[in-house]
Write a protein that binds this ligand. Sequence first.
Ligand code: HEM
Length: 94
Amino acid sequence: QSGGEARDQEALDAITRSELAKHDGAESCWKAIHGRVYDITDYVPNHPTDAAVILEWCGKEATEAWSNKRPGVPHSPRAEGMLEKYLVGRLVDE
Ligand code: HEM
């Protein structure tokens, strides 16, 4: 299997903002972070906070929230590395 972090941005499926917006809850939770879309549904129950903290951003552009898990504090490199396996595409305008 190829891919991983080397995957080219253009090779990723294009996902529109309206498609992203459909996945706005615990039953299907997608988030856009730095132009890429992640289906983190399976991760939600494992996040080390009350689920509401992370569910609030389902269906949304969540880069700011990701980069400020607390004001001014980004997620760790370990957390960053977890994203890859949830990658489903790249965010595009309509
Ligand atoms: C975008 C919305 C998100 C918000 C608002 C958010 C918020 C938070 C908060 C408040 C904490 C605990 C405080 C702290 O560790 O200092 C935390 C920790 C953590 N979160 Fe998130 N989170 C989000 C998304 C995610 C996603 C998508 C993942 C992984 C796929 C993730 C993985 C982690 C991990 C591994 C930790 C432990 C601390 C660290 O490694 O930075 N989070 N997050």
